[in-house]
Design a protein around this ligand. Structure first.
Ligand code: CAA
Length: 365
């Protein structure tokens, strides 16, 4: 196949694998520890439970298991993997990429470009874009990419963001778009801000909550404005089967949807209907695992693609503090309807152990 033909072929998600860690805690267990009303967490933030890692099962195990599941489902040959890109902000080392730890466990080495992508919660999307563009450019030849978004999101005990904690990993093989085509055009927006950051040597993030909310809403407004362009927003957005967002916590997504709707001069009733129909259903798994940083958006995308007919389209809004954001559009492929990756989440949710507040407190000492 000529390089031009290689470059022209559609590219996207050929296979998906997801993984959640072995522990979970309901936000109802956290509330009394922090002297808060549980309704603040459930209704005020929209949180249900948080995934929690253990000393034996952390970000490398999450990433590796999600990758194993994606590779097992992929119809291709592992020898065709020519790129391993791991998006994460749960780094072990300021030099050695997390991809090296994962590649070691997967037995991936040789003619493979292996690297880590860091940009807070946006790193997984950047890895997806880089892999997609690598293949679309023809530079990939006949190779495929393994992209992983994996994180463990922990705040300082007592931090107001603590109820939004979580963990998880999503792995995707970027190759023939059997699950979904990723459109070549996307819509970025970035501004240098200190909304959420974690200085080297510090275990927990520093967060300017109100600023991070304002940045997130402004980024969403500008990305959707670019997507709609001069077209009718009602028509552009109603044609999408689902609209996925990076989910720091569900209420934050709702606030961004309100901002986007107001930008398009929709009334409150139209905005509510749009949120309930296109956005809220995509967050079912996010509510059960909490914020998984780079993996959050792709957990939502995996949920939204499940069950779609080939040709149906979705949008995916990625946000990473600091900040960088990008809006992508995807088109379901022939394997979306089966949504076989849902069994990963179902298995992990059914097998994980729920802990109480006392156990959680001891684990955070
Ligand atoms: N019943 C029902 N609702 C209640 C309630 C009750 N008893 N008590 C309070 N609430 C509601 C409040 O009305 C409020 O709702 P609205 O926002 O709709 O008004 C909500 O609960 C939160 O209440 P507060 O604002 O008082 O909560 P807080 O001051 O403790 O702040 C927080 C909590 C909103 C999570 C804040 O800490 C915050 O914004 N944190 C950071 C936000 C964040 O995660 N940003 C993204 C960075 S992480 C990420 O994903 C990006 C990345 O790249 C890493």
């Amino acid at each position: 196949m000529t390089s031009t033909a290689l470059a022209m072929r559609p590219t996207g998600i050929a296979s998906i694998g997801l993984n959640l860690p072995p522990l979970a805690m309901s936000v109802e267990e956290l509330a009394p520890l922090r002297g808060e009303d549980p309704k603040k967490y459930r209704l005020g933030l929209g949180c249900d439970s948080m995934s929690l890692c253990t000393p034996e099962y952390g970000v490398v195990e999450l990433a590796t298991e999600a990758a194993r599941r994606a590779l097992d489902r992929w119809s291709g040959d592992r020898d065709r993997i020519g790129m391993l890109a791991v998006g994460t902000e749960t780094a072990f080392d300021m030099s050695r990429p997390l991809s090296a730890w994962v590649a070691d466990k997967l037995g991936l080495s040789g003619a493979v470009r292996s690297y880590e992508v860091k940009h807070a919660c946006y790193g997984g999307t950047l890895a997806v874009r880089q892999a997609t563009e690598w293949r679309m450019s023809g530079a990939a030849g006949d190779q495929a990419a393994l992209v992983i978004a994996a994180d463990e999101a922990l705040y300082e005990p007592g931090d107001p963001g603590e109820p939004t904690q979580g963990a998880g990993a999503v792995a995707m093989v970027i190759d023939e778009p059997e699950v979904a085509t990723i459109d070549s055009v996307s819509y970025p927006w970035s501004e240098p801000q200190f909304d959420f950051w974690r200085p080297v040597g510090e275990s927990y993030p520093r967060v300017d909550g109100p600023l991070s909310l304002d940045c997130y809403r402004r980024a969403a407004e500008n990305c959707f404005k670019a997507l709609v362009g001069t077209k009718n927003p009602e028509q552009v957005l109603s044609e999408l089967a689902a609209i996925c967002f990076h989910v720091p916590f569900p209420k934050m997504v709702k606030k961004a949807v309100v901002r986007v709707g107001e930008f398009f001069s929709w009334d409150a009733e139209r905005i509510e209907r749009f949120f309930l129909e296109k956005v809220n259903p995509t967050m079912v798994w996010n509510r059960l695992c909490g914020n998984a940083y780079t993996a959050s958006l792709w957990i939502s995308v995996a949920n939204a693609l499940k069950g779609l007919s080939a040709g149906q389209r979705i949008a995916a809004f990625s946000y990473g503090s600091g900040f960088g954001a990008e809006l992508l559009t995807l088109e379901a492929g022939p394997r979306a309807a089966a949504g076989d990756w849902a069994s990963d989440i179902e298995a992990d949710l059914s097998q994980r152990r729920s802990i109480d507040g006392a156990t959680y407190s001891r684990s955070r000492e």
